[in-house]
Design a binder for this molecule. Structure first.
Ligand code: ZN
Length: 294
């Protein structure tokens, strides 16, 4: 039987049977430990019921992506929440998330909140930025306030439908308001699962998938740390999608768009490439080269 792992605590996995829609507690067979791929939340698995009525995971399907922080596989998309004011829009953090998600093959949808805190002029400027990101492959929603309106909620329900999503954002941008609006039942559910798993205080690394509107949203504590520890300079260059596209015209294949002659990316800054994207790229490049000196 095929199932999705929605929660995991020590030896016990909680599976969602994709056919019967039942939740089944299960154990993993010892062989996974031998081959070094323990099943994790987000995995699609095959399981069997044994004579003693215990379910065992017998196979894990190939992952289409695999994150360490949060510890989850097969994420279909990341919803990145950013307020446009209070706290001010943070393009550095946005570019950081976009690069890391792109590197991990995870599409992103940006949700801008608190739009109404901007005056008309500022809204025009912000709209240009939103449209820029959309033009390079990152669609967006814009919420007037921190708490989504009924219309906003309809938009986001359409976005999460049928997918596994992770939601992330700085504090104060409206992440908890959004999750509460999406899942008013959440507190009860979480408590139930927690009880069932005998979950104690060790919740910091714990990830679980919460059913929301025909999709799954990962409740991911500890998503705050975002660094480039598994990427090298070229990975970063390839993870800035519009740079990667332009780089086919760079003179050198290995161009990192710093001081190389004949760089097509540098030529496009301020015309088709947003200058803040390039500034952040250089900062990240520096960060990665420092990390790699260790
Ligand atoms: Zn270049």
């Amino acid at each position: 039987m095929r199932a999705l792992i929605i929660s995991h605590q020590k030896e016990l996995y909680y599976l969602y049977n994709l056919e019967t829609q039942e939740t089944v507690p299960a154990k993993a067979r010892g062989k996974f430990r031998l081959i070094g791929t323990n099943p994790k939340v987000g995995d699609y698995v095959e399981y069997q019921m044994m004579d003693d009525n215990t379910a065992y995971i017998v196979d894990v399907e190939k992952r289409h992506n695999d994150l360490i922080r949060p510890y989850i596989a097969n994420v279909d998309q990341a919803l990145l929440l950013f307020s446009v004011k209070r706290p001010d829009f943070n393009p550095n953090l946005l570019d950081r998330f976009l690069a890391i998600m792109t590197f991990n093959n995870i599409p992103c949808v940006i949700i801008y909140t608190k739009w109404d805190l901007l005056n008309e002029e500022e809204q025009k400027e912000m709209l240009k930025i939103c449209e820029y990101y959309r033009s390079i492959g990152f669609p967006y929603l814009a919420f007037s306030t921190k708490v989504p309106s009924p219309n906003d909620l309809d938009d986001i329900k359409a976005v999460i439908k049928g997918k596994i999503s992770v939601i992330t954002g700085q504090s104060g941008v409206g992440k908890s308001s959004l999750i509460n609006c999406l899942a008013p039942h959440l507190n009860i559910k979480t408590a139930e699962i927690s009880l069932a798993l005998g979950r104690g205080k060790h919740t910091t690394r714990h990830v679980e998938l919460i059913p929301m509107y025909d999709g799954w949203v990962a409740d991911t504590p500890g998503f705050g740390i975002v660094d480039f520890d598994s990427m090298d300079e070229m990975d970063l260059a390839h993870s800035f999608v519009e740079f990667f596209e332009a780089s086919s015209e760079c003179r050198f294949n290995s161009c990192l768009h710093q001081n190389e002659p004949g760089c097509a990316v540098k030529d496009k800054i301020g015309t088709t490439i947003l200058p803040s994207r390039y500034e952040n790229y250089l900062l990240f490049l520096d960060e990665i080269s420092k990390l790699r000196k260790w």
